[in-house]
Design a protein. Structure first.
Ligand code: SF4
Length: 233
């Protein structure tokens, strides 16, 4: 009984953070101010407003140990969203995902496929840094994932790229190896998902660079198919 009440309280707390005081009932008609849908794109500024709404979150223990909340960066209406696992030390210090050496490498890869940090959106499953960069706990993911879902609903990308095994397993709730996941296409909240290496893995092991480049060329081609009707010549 107490557990059920706790679960309801947690649900309502998250719901209020996401939607304010408007109550949504399963199967109920959308009410004024509902989040965006494909036919009802988000207004400019909604993502920023959502950032402001959740940036002081303390829903899990990571809220107390973080230096900076890391919401994500990029185009609020990007067609491509890149998803990492959680902020690391530099990200926690600066409040931005994928900074430092791995972030610079990601910028270089994006440039090589005709994109930039400004033309995509980059975020993590968790918005706060786990101590010593440990893997996210399932309870932390459960608390934080509604934020990711709302970000995706506001951004409405056509393609998601999961960076690294842990990010992909956390996002997709699978236990497959990175090799197996790289070979497949998934969906998350109705959006197509591709999986590839985390840039930090490419820095640790240069042997991964060639297969990662193949992944990103395929990601570029799929991105062009989804956004412009086909890969460029
Ligand atoms: S990790 Fe997510 S749920 Fe936990 S405190 Fe940070 S924003 Fe809140």
């Amino acid at each position: 009984m107490a557990g059920g009440q706790t679960g309801v309280a947690a649900y309502l707390r998250r719901h209020r953070l996401l939607y304010g005081d408007t109550l949504f009932l399963p199967g109920g008609a959308p009410m004024p101010g509902v989040p965006s849908t494909p036919d009802n794109p988000a207004e400019p500024g909604q993502l920023l407003a959502f950032h402001r709404k959740i940036e002081n979150c303390q829903n899990c223990a990571l809220g107390a140990s973080r230096n900076k909340f890391v919401f994500g960066v990029g185009d609020p209406h990007a067609d491509l969203v890149l998803v990492g696992e959680a902020p690391g030390a530099e990200e926690d210090r600066l409040g931005e995902p994928f900074v430092g050496r791995s972030g610079k490498l990601l910028d270089t890869i994006l440039k090589a496929i005709g994109l930039s940090r400004q033309s995509v959106f980059i975020l993590n499953v968790l918005k706060c840094r786990p101590p010593d960069n440990r893997d996210p706990l399932p309870s932390e993911v459960a608390e934080c994932e509604p934020y990711l879902q709302e970000q995706l609903r506001l951004i409405q990308p056509k393609l998601i790229v999961a960076l690294g095994r842990v990010a992909a397993q956390t996002l997709l709730k699978v236990k497959d190896s990175l090799k197996d996941m790289r070979a497949q296409t998934y969906t998350y909240s109705g959006i197509e998902v591709r999986v590839t290496y985390h840039p930090a893995a490419l820095l640790r092991n240069p042997n991964f660079k060639a297969p990662a480049w193949e992944d990103f060329k395929a990601i570029r081609d799929r991105y062009l198919e989804l956004t412009k009707g086909g890969p460029s010549a």
